[in-house]
Design a protein around this ligand. Structure first.
Ligand SMILES: Nc1ncnc2c1ncn2[C@@H]1O[C@H](COP(=O)(O)OP(=O)(O)OP(=O)(O)O)[C@@H](O)[C@H]1O
Length: 478
């Protein structure tokens, strides 16, 4: 960086000013420190830095007001907003206010440095700020709060912040229960469509033959049982957002129709002849690998490209363990409130224990566990012994990935998504091998007894052992 690059840092916390100054000066970036936004703006009329870093919560003028002022008076000056409250609302508010970036505290100093360097380059190119100044919402419903301090979740917040004010199609990826719908709702709430409906439809939850009429509605008499005309989800979502969950499960014919609506902005109700015009933003979500589904031919490539404009990935809960205690506290207090009972708290041991589990059902499983605890745990403090039995049966480090049926189902999904064929040929021998070898272990290698345990005839077992090349030299056979 060049010596003339200066960064102005405003934060009422002396230690933050100090650590940023030390780190940036090591990189050859000059710093000027301010305790308050007012003292910074006073100087701004006389000279200007390359970048401003500002805390959000300060006595006197706060960071967002400062940001607003800078956007009006010095729109080309990049501002990095820091906040100790790494919540979605601050991220969105900073982006909406036109911040260059958002830095959640405590931050990684290297990250802060690289951010500042990026901002300096940006300033040199004198690019106009991209985001419009918008009203900052302060009436968020607490129930919609997305908790996430883990770096992977901060990425998600950034994406939501960047997409605020936009109408762009978004594809959300992530396992079941990771919060995809919550993110879709947040995208909607922070979009120009916020005052219009958010309509969600889960492709996996409706029978295939009903999907079309669910989405597009139907005319009276379109099919048996269609006694009245019905508006579909597309019409209900007009002007707003349609969230299509589990899009990978959409049947082929519906994919074709959806593609046409996205291209033309109009569709026909089932059994209808008059086109219906709609203006709907689509947010789609899936836990499947859509590229794989495209390759194997079960998802239309053209539709995939239409949906895959911006992608947000939601990490598994086990990939953001640091968020588990905070999520658990949040769910416990919400459940207690909903049930109008006394709140409960987790002991540190219980929090640590929960943080080490695998959580195959992700955030939803944790939420359900907390509801269970509010109802079932006896004391005010939740001890490890109070946890539901299924979380206690297994030591955290070797908790299996759900049931073996779930694991198998996931394997099948992946194998099919990646285009594999004749998959029973791969699995059946593996399955039989496990059954046979385990049964033989229980009978110390005796085939006759093992065949009884398995429920096979002895000859069948002998044949299978040969076919599969299983090592068994049992002599009691003949
Ligand atoms: N980060 C989070 N903070 C607070 N609550 C969360 C968070 N993530 C998920 N939840 C809650 O967990 C539950 C499951 O989330 P959601 O329904 O959004 O998941 P999903 O990925 O859409 O699941 P599915 O794919 O099964 O539909 C919801 O009650 C949601 O409010």
């Amino acid at each position: 960086m060049q010596p003339q690059d200066t960064v102005w840092i405003v934060d009422d916390d002396r230690s933050i000013r100090w650590v940023l100054e030390k780190t940036l000066e090591q990189e050859g970036i000059q710093c000027r420190l301010f305790e308050s936004a007012e003292s910074l703006t006073n100087l701004l009329d006389k000279e200007q830095p390359s970048v401003i870093i500002s805390d959000i919560r300060m006595p006197g003028m706060d960071g967002l007001t400062l940001l607003n002022k800078l956007q009006n008076d010095h729109p080309y000056l990049p501002v990095i907003i820091m906040t100790a409250h790494s919540d979605l609302e601050s991220a969105v508010a900073s982006y909406q206010g036109g911040a260059f970036e958002y830095l959640p505290k405590p931050f990684d100093v290297e990250e802060a440095v690289s951010l500042v360097k990026r901002a300096i380059i940006h300033h040199k190119k004198s690019m106009p700020a991209e985001l419009e100044v918008a009203e900052i919402e302060d009436d968020e419903e607490v129930s919609k709060e997305i908790i996430g301090e883990a770096p992977a979740m901060q990425e998600v917040f950034r994406a939501i912040g960047r997409l605020a004010n936009s109408n762009i199609t978004v594809l959300i990826n992530g396992e079941s229960g990771t919060g995809k719908e919550l993110v879709a709702q947040a995208l909607h709430r922070h979009s120009p469509r916020a005052s219009n409906p958010f309509i969600a439809l889960n492709m996996a939850a409706i029978p295939h033959d009903l999907i079309e009429s669910e989405l597009f509605g139907h005319e009276k008499g379109a099919f048996t049982g269609a006694n009245t005309q019905r508006r579909g989800r597309f019409e209900q979502a007009n002007g707003g957002t349609l969230f299509l969950d589990e899009i990978g499960d959409m049947p082929a014919e519906t994919q074709t129709r959806l593609l046409r609506v996205l291209a033309d902005g109009e569709f026909y109700r089932v059994g209808g002849h008059t086109p219906v015009k709609v203006d709907v933003r689509i947010i789609a979500a899936t836990h499947q690998n859509l590229e794989g589904l495209v390759e194997s031919g079960s998802f239309r490539e053209d539709l995939f490209h239409r949906l895959n404009v911006i992608r947000i990935h939601l990490p598994k809960l086990a990939e953001r363990r640091e968020d588990i205690p905070k999520l658990a506290r949040h769910f416990l207090s919400r459940a207690a409130e909903e049930l109008a009972v006394e709140p409960k708290i987790l002991t540190t041991e219980t929090e640590n224990y929960l943080s080490r589990l695998e959580w195959p059902g992700n955030v939803r499983q944790l939420e359900n566990t907390c509801r269970w605890l509010i109802v079932m745990a006896s004391g005010r403090e939740v001890l490890i012994e109070d946890l539901p039995p299924e979380l206690l049966n297994t030591t955290p480090s070797e908790q299996p990935f759900g049931s073996w049926e779930d694991a198998l189902k996931n394997w099948v999904d992946d194998a099919l998504a990646s285009g594999q064929k004749a998959i029973l040929d791969q699995v059946v021998p593996k399955f039989e091998r496990i059954m046979i070898e385990t049964a033989l272990k229980h009978t110390a290698g005796r085939r006759r007894d093992a065949s009884l345990l398995l429920g096979w005839g002895r000859n069948t077992l002998t044949r299978k052992i040969k076919e599969l090349g299983i090592d068994n030299s049992d002599q009691d056979e003949e």
